[in-house]
Ligand binder design. Structure first.
Ligand code: GLN
Length: 304
């Protein structure tokens, strides 16, 4: 399969859709991004890397970071994590509070903000220096040490984090957060601010396509079973209240972020990352989803 030709064609088909979505503006540092950027990268398990458009431009990975912290925690805690966070799609927006009171401060899944905060709280319990540990994990799965926090984005989000603060305090009132909420929000805003390219992101999800083993250094990160479970969660919860629609249109486990990135995998084969900062009404990249739908349709391969 000539993946370069496939993505070049899709790039040209989807490019006219600039202007259909809106850049996230609730984090001021993200509101200033040039919306007319668009890149696609594919990394395959047999070592090919192809890209098109702005695939080597760094952007804020935002909620895609939730997959990395979840992998770090599942690796150490295994099934014990599921006492603190559920595994069901929420059907609510990423920053929703509504289910928490009814469900005793246990978030529905690890990819809505409430669930991701519980996971980051566990990272803080597991690692003495959590920010260093997260960065080190991301660099290792990406096979690239040139990955950093974007301190301006982290600071900007921290200053506008009332909603996430509320989620943290509310869960703490149920005893489901161990650390100080301000420190938790600081680590969380940093993990969301990590700046990566489409190429980095495609490479960094290969360990999931490879059933839990990092193909860059052969390190086993997750067992086959845990890797399957993490991918299942991406399929059912990775796009919040658009997860069903994403599975229906695209047919790959994936994860989005409000920076406009989307990453998805075909287990045993490849990982693909798309970036376009304009978001749809669910906070997912408009052109990212459009691109991935065309990708699985054109190559005739999905997880189904
Ligand atoms: N940092 C963002 C937030 O907490 C991440 C949300 C997202 O990417 N969906 O609001």
């Amino acid at each position: 399969m000539d993946y370069k030709e496939v993505i070049d064609n899709i790039y040209n088909e989807v490019k006219p859709f600039f202007g259909k979505g809106r850049v996230a503006d609730y984090i001021p540092a993200l509101a200033n991004i040039n919306p007319k950027q668009y890149g696609i990268a594919i990394a395959t398990l047999d070592g090919q890397i192809v890209g098109t458009g702005d695939y080597q431009t760094k952007f804020s990975i935002q909620s895609i970071s939730k997959v990395f912290t979840l992998a770090m925690v599942v690796r150490h805690m295994g099934g014990d994590l599921w006492k603190y966070v559920g595994r069901e799609p929420s059907g609510t927006p990423f920053n929703s509070l509504v289910q928490l009171e009814h469900e005793q401060g246990i978030p529905r899944n690890p990819f809505i903000n409430a669930g991701a905060l519980v996971v980051t709280d566990k990272v803080m319990n597991l690692y003495h220096r959590p920010k260093e540990a997260i960065l080190q994990f991301v660099r290792s799965v990406a096979g690239n040490d040139d990955i950093y926090y974007d301190k301006m984005v982290a600071q900007s989000e921290f200053e506008h984090a009332s909603r996430n603060q509320a989620l943290g305090h509310f869960m703490k009132s149920f005893g489901n957060i161990d650390n100080d909420v301000d420190s938790l929000i600081d680590v969380y805003c940093n993990q969301c601010s990590i700046a990566m390219t489409c190429e980095d992101l495609a490479k960094s999800f290969l360990f999931l396509a490879n059933h839990g083993t990092n193909p860059h250094n052969n390190e086993n990160i997750l067992t086959v079973s845990r890797s399957k479970r993490l991918s299942a969660l991406m399929l059912t919860c990775g796009f919040y209240d658009e997860s069903g629609e994403f599975a229906f249109r695209v047919g790959m486990p994936g994860k989005s972020g409000v920076g406009g990135g989307v990453v998805a995998i075909i287990p045993g084969k490849l990982s693909i990352a798309v970036w376009s900062p304009e978001l749809n009404e669910h906070g997912n990249s408009y052109m990212g989803i459009e691109t991935l739908e065309r990708f699985t349709t054109n190559i005739g391969i999905s997880i189904f």
